[in-house]
Design a protein around this ligand. Structure first.
Ligand code: MV4
Length: 449
């Protein structure tokens, strides 16, 4: 097992990693920016090192400073969390070539999955269903034009180096294809320094369903079912749940087996998430693979009664997967609400500042993952996530009832939060019925409710 883990992150996920390390008896090193001196991850870790000023690029996104901190503290592993450097192949490379285990898959794997058309090709070769479209990169506008004549409109143009919804365009007819193609290309060059595009048939109003996989270094892999992540706004997830109301036991087994096959074929290592689009007819298609632990991992932990962080760390240290697939099954239902420091009535505008009152809910089936506390100053430099509220119940109805209760008990004063948004949203009939897709939030107006 590792002797000391450096946590290359902040906020709630840094705390979550520290909690896993404490249970595994592994000492931890926190790194932090000058703006995070009073953060809980700094207080709860065994050691803390200030690595630079507030701005991310000079601290949490600075590989050289993080490596220097690992060096002086004697850490033999780095946990990147999510965001920041978690999917940076060069950072993973730098860690491993300095003899420090990057807790995640290899740099080469991160690179392959970061290239969205290569990821799609690799998964297709493993027998994972993909959306019909170009075989890899579209080499020119003329080639693209020919292709869309074959596959038919609507189509989606995507950036090979994009992902997470960045650099995508829907095109509904040939008249607007050229303009969209050229603009997508220019945007991809500007945003990612790579103009490469690929094209797919556009799936109308799909659900976003993702499968959690875990693979050890000895050729074993299992899945932990799906997470339903369709409630998103501008590609930011707001509510996630497990299981999905749209996925039957049979479909779960099918998607899970295919995801495991994909992970094994590419020789994946560690915790990963395979994202699928699920259409109206329950066809599913590979979208992207995320090579990190995700924000929404707690809903899976609740229904499978597993600690995915501890498992991820154990896998990274070379241990075997503990469980057999047949011993992994969901119990009950879990839902997560992301509580952000945002004014949902003003376009979800970020709203940093001092938390004056912080009262968290409790009772049966309630979990809070948060780095916030009373009088904590939310810095303006990073993301606006201040707490994840997760409820678990014997079924979806009980999870929702507990969510209502917990949201009512949750008191945060001094800043605007998304708590009132969640209260309204979970009261909607469509939500209660599990009847929604990725277009749901944009179709409704909660302000008039
Ligand atoms: C799509 C799609 C429809 N058809 N691809 C958005 C994020 C990225 N992972 C892929 N995305 C989409 N790709 C085809 N061929 C619709 C989306 C999409 C979406 C996907 C998941 C969750 C929310 C979404 C919101 C808008 C569009």
């Amino acid at each position: 097992m590792f002797n000391k883990i450096l946590i290359a992150n902040r906020g709630e996920i840094a705390l979550r990693i520290i909690r896993a390390c404490k249970e595994l008896n592994i000492p931890t090193v926190a790194i932090h920016s000058e703006a995070d001196v009073n953060s809980l991850h700094v207080k709860f870790a065994d050691e803390a090192i200030c690595i630079g000023p507030a701005s991310s690029s000079h601290s949490y996104l600075n590989p050289v400073r993080i490596m220097a901190a690992a060096d002086v503290s004697g850490a033999d592993a780095i946990h990147p969390g999510y965001g920041f450097l978690a999917e940076n192949d060069e950072f993973a490379d730098m860690c491993n070539s300095s003899g420090i285990k990057f807790i995640g898959p290899s740099a080469q794997m991160i690179r392959s999955m970061g290239n969205k058309s290569e990821a799609k090709r690799l998964m297709q070769e493993a027998g994972v269903p993909v959306v019909p479209g170009s075989e890899g990169v579209v080499e020119s506008f003329e080639v693209g034009k020919k292709l869309v004549k074959d596959i038919g409109f609507p189509v989606m143009i995507k950036a090979v180096s994009g992902g997470g919804g960045r650099g995508m365009r829907i095109v509904r007819n040939m008249e607007s294809f050229e303009m969209n193609y050229q603009m997508a290309k220019a945007e991809a060059q500007g945003a990612f320094g790579d103009p490469s595009l690929y094209i797919e048939k556009f799936i109308e109003n799909p659900r976003h369903i993702e499968i959690q996989v875990m693979a050890d270094q000895h050729g074993n892999a299992v899945h932990y079912g799906e997470r339903e992540c369709s409630i998103q706004r501008r590609h930011q997830k707001l509510i996630e749940e497990a299981p999905s109301a749209a996925v039957s036991g049979e479909l779960r087994q099918k998607m899970g087996q295919i995801a495991v096959k994909g992970a094994l074929d590419i020789q994946y290592e560690g915790a990963g998430t395979i994202e699928f689009l699920l259409d109206k007819d329950k066809n599913f298609y590979f979208m992207e693979m995320n090579t990190r632990i995700q924000v929404e991992h707690p809903v899976t932990e609740m229904v499978y009664d597993r600690d995915l962080l501890k498992e991820q760390i154990r896998m990274a240290a070379g241990e075997d997967i503990e469980l057999k697939q047949k011993d992994i099954y969901p119990e009950g239902h879990a839902i997560e609400c992301r509580i952000n420091a945002e004014d949902w009535e003003r376009n979800f505008m970020p709203n940093p500042g001092e938390i004056k009152t912080f009262h968290i809910p409790g009772g049966p089936g309630v979990r809070i993952d948060s780095h916030a506390y009373e009088r904590y100053h939310i810095p303006p430099y990073y993301d606006s996530l201040i707490a994840k509220l997760i409820t678990h119940g014997k079924d979806r109805q009980e999870a929702i009832a507990r969510l209502h209760r917990a949201l009512d008990e949750f008191v945060i004063e001094g800043i605007h939060t998304t708590i009132p948004f969640h209260k309204k949203l979970i009261a909607r009939k469509e939500f209660v019925d599990g009847d929604f897709d990725t277009g749901f939030l944009e179709r409704i107006n909660l302000m008039e409710q």
